[in-house]
Design a protein around this ligand. Structure first.
Ligand SMILES: Cc1ncc(COP(=O)(O)O)c(C=O)c1O
Length: 370
């Protein structure tokens, strides 16, 4: 862990806990994403990690025009930030269909796409879009092994794709395959897992081509399999990692092969020293995500050996023989184990440039749709 990366001057007046974005490291991660993908057209990064229009603009300045999101609030944030292509990679159901139609109508400069995995869902979407005299691209969501959403890449997927191509207000927009279950520590194993999905996708593409159904793009994967997908040559392939823009302690520890660096940290302060070997920080699970396992919710570059022994809503208690070196009010930097839900806890992030706080960026889409 390179502690020097996270040295910041001028935090004395920053209220804690606070989210900090290290701009140069974000830029470095974006550059690495482009290096892996080969070109911006092969990227459709997921914004759920940062929910922040300023990072969308940084991506834009590097030629990245397509973005993925999970919520309608993120879709609105993207359209307001000027994104030209927005893929909502989450099933749209119930009254959300009408809200989607309102959003599509409100942002005519942005081309919207959604995913779907069920005939009833595409009928409801078609009805909402055609009533509003609008249209939207629909990508068939494939279940490639995670068993969370999607149809298996076989006859059911072909039938759904064909149905989309006949329904008013919908355009067949391609395929979506997220393989969040592929978290193998060994890179070769991850590569083999992706190769096997590619074989299924290739068969499915042949079936769709035989029916003369256009497949403009295939949006795939997250951060762990990013390099494995980017090495593939499927037509219209776009990689959709999200976490790696900010990266976090979990992925950095488990996938060092990827070459990304954590770029979002939480500034915390010692609020109490209840015993000789204990420090209590203002870093409860309302300030840093509480993903399992307990005891590993973050990494402290300045206290890597500290044990995290108690995590409450507003307190994190550390046990360390170095506790006596700290006083109430002293600051520590924490790299979140899981950065995406951590960002969603903050209204804004302080931006660090050249080791100093320079500005603050809003986490605009942290809420649901207003
Ligand atoms: C559908 C979908 N695509 C892409 C991603 C990005 O994956 P990662 O966080 O590993 O970058 C996620 C993450 O949850 C996801 O759910």
């Amino acid at each position: 862990m390179d502690r020097q990366l996270y040295a910041v001057q001028g935090v004395e007046k920053i209220l804690s806990p606070a989210l900090l974005f290290f701009r140069e490291l974000i830029e470095k991660n974006l550059a690495r994403m482009l290096e892996i993908a080969g070109s911006p057209e092969r990227l459709c990064p997921h914004v759920k990690t940062h929910k922040c229009p300023e990072i969308v603009k940084l991506a834009w300045s590097r030629g990245i025009r397509q973005h993925k999101c999970a919520t309608l609030a993120e879709a609105v944030m993207l359209a307001e930030a000027g994104a030209s292509n927005v893929l909502i990679a989450y099933p749209i159901v119930g009254p959300n269909c009408l809200r989607l139609a309102e959003i599509v109508a409100r942002f005519p400069q942005t081309k919207f796409a959604v995913i779907a995995d069920h005939p009833l869902a595409v009928e409801a979407l078609s009805s909402a879009m055609s009533q509003a005299r609008l249209s939207v691209d629909v990508l068939v969501d494939l279940d490639v092994g995670q068993h969370r959403t999607g149809v298996p890449p076989g006859e059911a997927a072909v039938a759904l794709y064909e149905k989309i191509s006949h329904l008013p207000g919908l355009r067949p927009g391609g395929l979506h395959a997220y393989d969040g279950h592929n978290q193998q520590a060994d890179l070769d194993e991850r590569r083999r897992a992706v190769d096997s999905i590619v074989r299924e996708l290739t068969k499915l593409l042949e079936q769709l081509h035989q029916r003369r159904l256009p497949v403009p793009r295939i949006v795939v994967g997250g951060t762990p399999t990013f390099t494995s997908w980017a090495a593939q040559h499927l037509p219209g392939l776009q990689c959709s990692p999200g976490t790696c823009v900010l990266h976090d302690a979990n992925y950095a520890r488990r996938f060092p092969d990827l070459g990304f660096v954590p770029a979002a940290l939480v500034l915390t302060r010692v609020v109490s020293r209840p015993s000789a070997d204990r420090l209590t920080l203002d870093l409860g699970y309302k300030a840093v995500c509480a993903d399992p396992p307990a005891g590993q919710r973050c990494v402290f570059p300045d206290l890597p050996e500290a044990r995290q022994v108690l995590h409450n809503e507003e307190h994190l208690v550390l046990e360390t023989p170095l506790a006596r070196r700290f006083q109430p009010g002293d600051t520590l930097m924490a790299i979140p184990a899981h950065v995406c839900p951590t960002c969603a806890m903050y209204d804004f992030a302080w931006v660090v440039e050249q080791g100093r706080i320079s500005s603050r960026w809003p986490i605009t889409a942290r809420g649901r749709l207003t």
